[in-house]
Design a protein around this ligand. Structure first.
Ligand SMILES: Cc1cc2nc3c(=O)[nH]c(=O)nc-3n(C[C@H](O)[C@H](O)[C@H](O)COP(=O)(O)O)c2cc1C
Length: 339
């Protein structure tokens, strides 16, 4: 196992992902790791200010450490959004400077802000007046502003406000011609530029994001950066991160999937009482046994059962019957061979 530096609050985190990292998935990941830092889906400043705050912001106390990601292009609105986030108890307010979707571009925020570091400086300056921990998630470049010197100037400019944590998706985004999904796959990963940022700005906390699929890969990046943020691989293979508390954070904790699911059951009961449909929570369990014996059957029983709107938590129990005890009780590091 490669040597990793002592953990800091950003050593390992789960990326903000629209539609995926809702509070229910975050609660699942909190059962997988006590220490991993969690991020909300992006919430647009105006939605936060004028919208249904309880729906947008409510979370379970166990989710800490928890960051709220906002989308904003306006210092006054960003200040207000950050203030609301802090009042709700978020540990960090993160600004999205990485999303290339058309809708986000029309709002003048997301990745297109990389072309205007001074504006991001003003936005984050305002956010810092409201929030003690403000961070920025961005790309290594956009369109033709994709040389290292552009990236370094962006970071240097924004850091003038006292922002010290930069989460860098290690690929550029093309603002025209590629869908958001293609922008997460087509532009090549350029990890070297993220490593170089850390060398050039040793006093900043540089978190690498993009294409990290295993704990071992994350540990290898931690030799060059302060942190690693995991996106799709957290959603698609949540169990791959179960060794994190032990390997990354040095805790004496290695959960089993039985423990994780058992913790989800009372959580599901409590949310159902509040009127949350089961499928909104249980859909996040579909990948929990991916690749394990019985995993396909678990997924099928659960996904078919969720079509029935009257299904309750016993559906999860029924799906679990597909999984052998050895798999349910397996702890990270000791794999049970797939049949
Ligand atoms: C379904 C989906 C939704 C996403 N939504 C957001 C978002 O709201 N804010 C954001 O900054 N990035 C968003 N991203 C990008 C991820 O945070 C991450 O930067 C990207 O997926 C690269 O990391 P990965 O290769 O580990 O997935 C999203 C990605 C996916 C797959």
């Amino acid at each position: 196992m490669p040597h990793a530096p002592p953990p800091n609050p950003h050593t390992l985190s789960i990326a903000p992902m629209m539609d995926w990292t809702d509070r229910h998935f975050r609660y699942l990941m909190r059962q997988v790791s006590r220490k991993v830092r969690l991020y909300t889906e992006m919430v647009v400043d105006r939605a936060l200010i004028h919208g249904d705050r309880a729906r947008l912001l409510a979370f379970h106390p166990e989710e800490h450490p928890l960051a709220l990601q906002i989308g904003s292009s306006d210092p006054d609105l960003a200040f207000e959004a950050a203030r609301i986030g802090v009042a709700w108890g978020y540990d960090e307010i993160n600004l999205n400077v990485g999303c290339p979707s058309n809708r986000v571009q029309e709002g003048g925020f997301g990745a297109c802000l990389m072309a205007d570091p001074e504006r991001v400086r003003e936005i984050t300056r305002a956010m810092r007046e409201a929030a003690p921990v403000v961070t920025v998630k961005h790309r290594i470049g956009i369109d033709h502003l994709d040389e290292y010197r552009h990236l370094a100037r962006f970071v240097e400019t924004v850091a003038e406000t006292g922002v010290t944590v930069f989460i860098v998706h290690a690929r550029k985004a093309w603002l025209q011609g590629l869908s958001p999904k293609e922008n997460r796959a087509v532009p090549p990963l350029r990890y070297g530029e993220v490593y170089r940022l850390k060398q050039d700005f040793p006093e900043l906390t540089i978190v690498l994001n993009g294409g990290v699929r295993t704990l071992d890969a994350a540990m290898a990046h931690l030799e060059h950066t302060d942190g690693v943020m995991i996106g799709r691989a957290a959603y698609e293979t949540p169990w791959a991160w179960a060794g994190a508390d032990q390997q990354v954070f040095g805790l004496d904790r290695a959960p089993s999937r039985r423990e994780v699911v058992m913790a989800m059951l009372p959580y599901i009961e409590a949310r159902l009482m509040e009127g949350v449909p089961l499928r909104r929570i249980a859909r996040h369990l579909l990948n929990l046994f991916k690749g394990a014996p019985g995993g396909r059957r678990f997924r099928r029983v659960l996904s078919e059962g969720l079509l029935d709107p009257t299904a309750g938590p016993e559906l999860v129990q029924r799906a679990l019957e597909a999984i052998p005890d050895a798999v349910l009780d397996e702890r990270p590091g000791k794999a049970v061979a797939a049949r």
